[in-house]
Design a protein around this ligand. Structure first.
Ligand code: C2O
Ligand code: CU
Length: 410
């Protein structure tokens, strides 16, 4: 069992701006006074109990992004009355699947996440190794261009200047690793709208995503993480410092111009390269697409009007689609707008069957995926968790401006 208390309070964050070399003070929030919040770490099968105390001046909730919780523990205003200032609420559930997940509020989400309420939630599979050198990194993008005098960072229109990226709240930290293993790196992108395209050292191996290990490991030098997305990598280490970069990439169209920025640099006391021998990859191929479609979800909108829609509807004026419990459903997601949208489903991880008609190289189980410009993605949703679930764009200003809907599994 894992039991933890989380208290949400106001908190000033000081972010060192590399442009001016001065600390910028953000009147934000934190859980237990830290940025990021404490990591919750459990093993498959564990019961997790979290006592939330709300010491903010606004109501709040906690959503367990990437954990298949029972519906009433999902932390959205759909399934619980928001926790009022001064009140407490206890979340309790068991974790039944390994993976790199995270937690954040789901009430006034854009504002509260943007101000520092987020933490990692790692679920270990006891049959897989946990290397000596493990680093859990939460990336965030602090968009001071839109910061108002009162410290709030609401967007009235979609400017989305790239701000200062932080790594666990720090700008360009240097990390020193002491163990003799390669680095096991879990990365979470908690930014409200910033896509992070990581530039990784040669020899890096991608081993896991949202829902635990991939079906096979892949050598890679880049990884694109949408807002809300996670990755698990093994990185070579050595005595000379190696940088992890953020390559220019924008949700307005992908690869973009500009210079890469250093996110952090790291060095080890000894040299080590990724060793996959302790891991068991299941080598599964993607499921066949049965070619019928149970539901379509069209993502539409316009950055000039900031009206964002799914199937022509603006949340909360939506009509929930219903699905039968226990009967997997095939969905077709269509991005019919000129910006990327990170699609996220609560309550269940799904399998990606194809992107623009092309099957992935290996079986891909996710809860957050990118929908690139005009892309058509087909997924299989297991429909194995009953209740009303939110599904939305994880560019939080899009979600909070209507690109959000509800499905019902019964
Ligand atoms: Cu990360 Cu609906 O949430
Ligand atoms: Cu979006």
């Amino acid at each position: 069992m894992v039991e933890i208390e989380l208290t949400a309070t106001p908190k000033q964050h000081e972010i060192l701006d590399w442009r001016s070399e001065e600390a910028i003070v953000v009147n934000g929030y934190a859980y237990n006074g830290t940025l990021p919040a404490p990591t919750i770490r459990a093993k498959v099968g564990d019961t997790v109990i979290v006592h939330l105390t709300n010491q903010l001046e606004a109501p709040t909730t906690i959503h367990w992004h990437g954990i298949d919780v029972p519906n009433n523990m999902d932390g959205t205003p759909l399934v619980q009355p928001p926790v009022q200032p001064g009140d407490t609420f206890t979340y309790q559930f068991t974790v039944d699947r390994a993976g790199t997940a995270w937690y954040h509020p789901h009430f006034d989400t854009e504002h509260q996440v943007n101000h520092g309420l987020y933490g990692a939630f790692i679920v270990d599979d006891p049959s897989q190794p946990v290397p000596e050198n493990e680093l859990i990194v939460i990336l965030d993008d602090w968009d001071f261009a839109s910061e108002e005098d009162d410290g709030s960072a609401h967007h009235s229109h979609e400017t989305y200047y790239e701000g200062v990226w932080t790594v666990n709240g720090l700008v360009e930290p240097t990390l020193e690793l002491s163990g003799s293993d390669a680095l096991s790196l879990r990365v979470i992108n908690a930014s409200n709208f910033g896509y992070a395209k990581l530039g990784l050292p040669t020899g890096t191996v991608h081993i896991g995503s949202d829902a635990g290990l991939l079906s096979k490991a892949l050598e890679t030098e880049t990884l694109i993480l949408t807002p809300g997305d996670r990755g698990h990598l093994l990185l070579p280490i050595g005595p000379s410092p190696v940088e992890v970069l953020k390559q220019p990439f924008s949700h307005h169209g992908g690869e973009s111009i500009g210079d890469p920025k250093v996110l952090w640099s790291q060095s080890g006391s000894q040299s080590a390269s990724p060793d996959l021998s302790g891991y068991t990859f299941d080598l599964a191929s993607p499921s066949a697409d049965p070619s019928h479609t149970d539901a379509y979800f069209a993502f539409q909108g316009d950055p000039r009007t900031m009206r964002w829609l799914i199937n022509g509807e603006v949340f909360p004026d939506i009509s929930p689609q219903r699905f039968e419990l226990g009967r997997p459903a095939i969905w077709e997601l269509r991005n019919i707008s000129a910006t990327h949208h990170p699609f996220h489903l609560h309550g269940m991880a799904f399998e990606v069957l194809s992107r623009n008609g092309i099957q992935p190289e290996q079986r891909q189980i996710e809860d957050t995926i990118d929908l690139a410009l005009y892309e058509r993605v087909r997924i299989k949703v297991p429909m194995n968790n009953p209740g009303q679930w939110m599904t939305h764009c994880h560019i939080l200003p899009h979600g909070d401006n209507g690109m959000m809907t509800i499905i019902s599994v019964e």
